[in-house]
Design a protein around this ligand. Structure first.
Ligand code: SF4
Ligand code: SF4
Length: 199
């Protein structure tokens, strides 16, 4: 009988104690939020989804070189001086390189921020967006494009044409100088590879 009464008392006591704790917390300010309807403000330097501003990118490949997991691929082609479509870069200077390919595999990204730190023109940045989960990793492969494949091919052709003309003009000048008996100017070092780099 006494153990029965003890159990009744224990049941009553624990129920009252539980209700007291519950009622005490009913009037306290909540520390949780109703995600996803409500969201915390993230720190300004939070490293989440990356975005690229193509108008600022100059295909320098610094981001791709800095990336420890090789998730960035960049290709570009030098702008031919004879290209009828000249563009002003976001820094206000004429664009020197067309970005023909910029791809980012965010499924591989470890959000280290090295690409952002390496970028000389603030073209690649981490955003506050962390809600971009996907059902397959292909959806996390981002391709940025300002030129169509046809336009890219045209830019490559224009540059090759310009280089050909330049080489022919140089050869003609050298030939003319040779026939006139003038000393031929020493050859300059070959320009840097212009069909940009790939990482
Ligand atoms: S944040 Fe790091 S891992 Fe991700 S793309 Fe940039 S350099 Fe690569
Ligand atoms: S470092 Fe910046 S400018 Fe250079 S390729 Fe990457 S995003 Fe473009």
């Amino acid at each position: 009988m006494s153990s029965y009464l003890k159990n009744v008392w224990a049941g009553f006591y624990t129920a009252v104690k539980g209700m007291m704790i519950t009622s005490r917390h009913m009037f306290k300010k909540s520390v949780t939020i109703q995600y996803p309807d409500e969201k915390f403000d993230l720190p300004a330097n939070a490293r989440n989804k990356l975005v690229l501003d193509m108008s600022r990118c100059n295909a320098c490949t610094a981001c791709a070189i800095a990336c420890p997991v090789n998730c960035i691929t960049v290709e570009g082609v030098r702008v031919s001086p004879e290209d009828p479509h000249q563009e002003v870069h976001a820094d206000g200077k004429p664009r020197k390189v067309w970005v023909t390919r910029y791809e980012m595999d965010l499924a591989k990204c470890c959000f280290c921020g090295l690409c952002q730190a390496a970028c000389p023109s603030d073209a690649i940045k981490h955003t506050q967006d962390f809600e971009y989960s996907a059902y397959n990793k292909e959806s996390l492969y981002f391709k940025y494009q300002i030129l169509t494949p046809e336009q890219s091919a045209e830019k490559v052709r224009l540059l090759a044409e310009f280089k050909e003309k330049e080489a022919a003009a140089k050869a003609a000048a050298a030939e003319k100088a040779a026939t006139e008996g003038k000393p031929v100017a020493p050859k300059k070092a070959a320009p840097k590879a212009d069909e940009a780099s790939e990482q």
